[in-house]
Every structure is written in structure tokens, then in C-alpha cells.
Design a protein around this ligand. Structure first.
Ligand SMILES: NC(=O)c1ccc[n+]([C@@H]2O[C@H](COP(=O)([O-])OP(=O)(O)OC[C@H]3O[C@@H](n4cnc5c(N)ncnc54)[C@H](OP(=O)(O)O)[C@@H]3O)[C@@H](O)[C@H]2O)c1
Length: 388
């Protein structure tokens, strides 16, 4: 596998192989990621924060043409007449007049105003036709899907005039998803791995094989996990709120080149890392066991009844949550900065009294018990996490 930072999709457009996942991130964190070099931003209507992405992109002063912006249609927006409106809303939020890539987020159609209440036949021919029309209108450059299995993709391709350029699926060393990856690549469908670092919860660092391979090649465990995916031809969209981590991830595209044996060793199937939830809601019906099917059936019945009496606009709800997250983040930064300022004032005052001299903004406050331990802890915490 080359170390070219981009791949060419079946649409003819180039896509950076390493992107930045934007779920749960606030504007400042996205701006820091852009500053660190991220140009492929993986967004979705469901994340609620596309307006924050738009502001960060605009403020960066980086030309629009240098970005690769992806968005994903939510499950209630897959009716032919809803697609155009959803994309228009996303383009407004992202402050742009075109998307580089538009995906169907999940192979599930929910009734508008609901969650889990299925909207008739689960076929995506009409949705796809509406997406193709957006390509024709120049509003979208490439179209694709997310979380589709081979059978679902084959059904879609039967009527598609434009073949899907991308399938974005879960893939990391604890869940290689190898069969689907190989199938997609054989059909010239680029694969983008979501959760490439096992969403930070998959204890990648405790994986002995991964850890040893990373040590051998003298790179961080996350970088090794990304390199492994890239080496087998899979693009990645890791999420990080820390610009140092974003840089680390972007550098994964440059190497080191992994020997085939290492790639194979890391590709051993370890399905325990897989999330079961999609099986429950029937995204991958072929792999769902009886318990998942039963649970899924109950969820479907429960939510169908619930949404007969109430309705919920999930995208609007997500947008409200993202605004709340911005406020929480701003409050945290304010509190942290106040603690730091108080600490620095105290240090300066003590230095002026001639009681202490800090020549290097010393990190170890514990040497002086007279210093407020809460402020010292805040200062140490700040030093431990230099970026938010
Ligand atoms: N299509 C779908 O259905 C779907 C589903 C889920 C996710 N996604 C997309 O995939 C993106 C990523 O997936 P994810 O959010 O599940 O998580 P992920 O990227 O697998 O993991 C994120 C975690 O990894 C940490 N991290 C990132 N880079 C690191 C580095 N270089 N060193 C150490 N730690 C690092 C982050 O912590 P720090 O913030 O501290 O760096 C964070 O805790 C999402 O943001 C979204 O865009 C798509």
C-alpha cells in the first residue's frame, strides 16, 4: 500500500486517507484539529454540530477546495422528498455550496418524527436516486453508504446509476471486519473505518499483539492501529479533541510501512470488540442471533406505539445537544482559566514576598504545602492535558 495521503474514489475525486471524526467535538476542538492539519472532516446530521464545523472551517481561512467534507443523512431523512432539504440544511450549517461526500448513515429508514419505527420497505433505491440528482446539480461530489453489508450494497447497486464510492463501517484491530472490507475493495468501493481506535473504549493499548507491534516499529499504539487499516487499503476517520493526537493520526499516513506478516497478525478476527447494538436494530440481520432479533422486535413494537402519540425531530434534538455541549465546554474553559490565573497570581505574590522563586513555572507544587492544593491540582491537570 502506498503512503500517498489521498486515494481516488470511483467518482474520480480524491479523498484524504486520514480524516478527523467530528462526533461530540465542539468548535474549538475542530478548529484545533484543522490547525493541526486535518482537512478531511467526517460529519453527520446526527452529530448536531455541523454548524460548529462550518464556523471552524470558515475561521481557519483555509480555502474550501483544500477540505474534504462528508455528511450523512439521518434515518428519518431517506424519503426521496426529504433528501434535498436535509442536504440544503447541512450546506447552510457547513457554510459551503457543495459536499465532497454524502452517505446514507445506516441501512434503516425510520418514519419522520420517530426513532426505531420502520418506514415501510427498507430499500434505498429512491434515496439513492435523490442523492444522484444532487450529484447532477453539483451539490454533492461523491455518494456512498455507511454500515451496509454486502447484500444491502448489492441490492442498492441493482438500480444505482452512480455506484457507491464509499462504505463507512466499523473497523479496528479488535474488529477487523475483514470479509466486508475485502468484498467492498473488490467492487471498487472505498472503505472508511469508523471507530478506528475502538472508540477509545476497546482497550487497544492492552492488546498485547498490537502493543508489541507498535513497540517494534516505535510508534504509538493508536498510530499502529491506524497504520494497520491504511496498510490493508482502508481509510480512517479517528476522532480526537487533542491536536497532538490529531497530528499523530495524520502522520500514520506516512508510515512506517508494515510487513505483510504484521498486517496479517493484526487482522486475526477478534469479534468480541464488535458492537451488538446494530444487530439489535436489524442493521446486519444476517449476523443477528435469536436474542438480538427478539430484542429488536420488542424495540420496534415499543417505539412504534410510543411514536403514535408523540413525535421527535432527532436532528433538531442533536443540534440542541451540540449547542449545550458548546456552553458546557465554554464554562469548563472559563473555570480552568480562572484557576490558572489565581494560581499564577499566588505564585507571583509569594515570589514578590521573597518566600519562593519560580524560575521555570515549576510543575511540582507539592514541594510547598502552603500553596492551595486545589489550585495546585488544577495547574497539574492543565499541564497534563495541554490541549482540550
Ligand atoms: N458511520 C457511523 O455509523 C459512525 C459511527 C461511529 C463513529 N463514526 C465516525 O468515526 C469517528 C471516530 O470514531 P469514534 O468517535 O467512535 O472513536 P475513535 O476515533 O475510534 O476513538 C476516539 C478516541 O481515541 C482517542 N484518540 C484519538 N487519537 C488518538 C491518538 N493519536 N492517541 C491517543 N488517543 C487518541 C480520542 O481521545 P482524545 O480526544 O483525547 O484524543 C478518543 O477518546 C467519529 O467521530 C465519527 O465521525 C461513524
Amino acid at each position: 500500500m502506498s503512503t500517498d495521503p489521498t486515494i481516488t474514489l470511483s467518482s474520480g475525486h480524491a479523498m484524504p486517507r486520514v480524516g478527523l471524526g467530528t462526533s461530540k467535538l465542539v468548535e474549538k476542538q475542530i478548529a484545533d484539529g484543522i490547525e493541526a492539519g486535518a482537512r478531511h472532516l467526517d460529519c453527520a446530521r446526527m452529530y448536531g454540530n455541523e454548524a460548529a464545523v462550518g464556523r471552524a472551517v470558515r475561521a481557519s481561512k483555509v480555502p474550501r477546495a483544500d477540505f474534504f467534507l462528508t455528511s450523512k443523512l439521518f434515518m428519518t431523512e431517506l424519503r426521496r422528498d426529504a433528501v434535498g432539504e436535509a442536504v440544503a440544511d447541512t450546506l447552510r450549517d457547513l457554510q459551503t455550496d457543495y459536499l465532497d461526500l454524502l452517505l446514507i448513515h445506516w441501512p434503516l429508514k425510520y418514519k419522520p418524527g420517530t426513532l426505531f419505527a420502520r418506514d415501510g420497505a427498507q430499500d434505498f433505491a429512491e434515496t439513492w436516486a435523490a442523492m444522484e440528482a444532487l450529484v447532477k446539480d453539483g451539490k454533492v461530489r461523491s455518494i456512498g453508504v455507511s454500515n451496509f453489508d454486502a447484500a444491502q450494497l448489492e441490492a442498492l447497486m441493482e438500480t444505482a446509476k452512480i455506484p457507491p464510492a464509499v462504505n463507512q463501517v466499523e473497523a479496528h484491530p479488535r474488529f477487523p471486519n475483514s470479509a466486508l472490507v475485502a468484498w467492498c475493495l473488490s467492487k471498487k468501493i472505498a472503505v472508511v473505518a469508523w471507530g478506528p481506535l475502538a472508540s477509545g473504549r476497546g482497550r487497544l493499548a492492552e492488546d498485547q499483539v498490537l502493543w508489541t507491534t507498535a513497540n517494534m516499529h516505535q510508534v504509538s499504539v493508536p498510530r499502529m492501529a491506524l497504520r494497520w487499516n491504511l496498510e490493508r487499503g482502508v481509510c480512517v476517520v479517528p476522532r480526537s479533541a487533542n491536536p497532538e493526537h490529531v497530528r499523530d493520526c495524520l502522520e500514520a499516513a506516512a508510515g512506517p510501512k508494515l510487513p505483510k506478516a504484521d498486517v496479517e497478525l493484526l487482522t486475526r478476527s477478534r469479534p468480541e470488540g464488535r458492537r451488538r447494538f446494530p444487530d439489535v436494530i436489524g442493521v446486519w440481520p444476517a449476523s443477528a442471533n435469536v436474542v438480538c432479533r427478539l430484542l429488536g422486535w420488542w424495540l420496534h413494537v415499543l417505539f412504534s406505539v410510543l411514536f403514535r402519540v408523540c413525535s421527535v425531530d432527532v436532528v433538531a434534538l442533536a443540534k440542541r445537544r451540540a449547542i449545550k455541549r458548546e456552553a458546557t465546554y465554554a464554562a469548563f474553559v472559563k473555570e480552568r482559566d480562572a484557576a490558572i490565573a489565581a494560581m499564577e497570581a499566588k505564585i507571583a505574590a509569594r515570589a514578590a514576598e521573597g518566600k519562593m522563586t519560580f524560575t521555570d513555572g515549576s510543575e511540582d507544587m507539592s514541594v510547598d504545602p502552603a500553596i492551595d492544593p486545589k489550585l495546585a491540582a488544577a495547574r497539574l491537570e492543565m499541564l497534563r492535558t495541554p490541549a482540550d
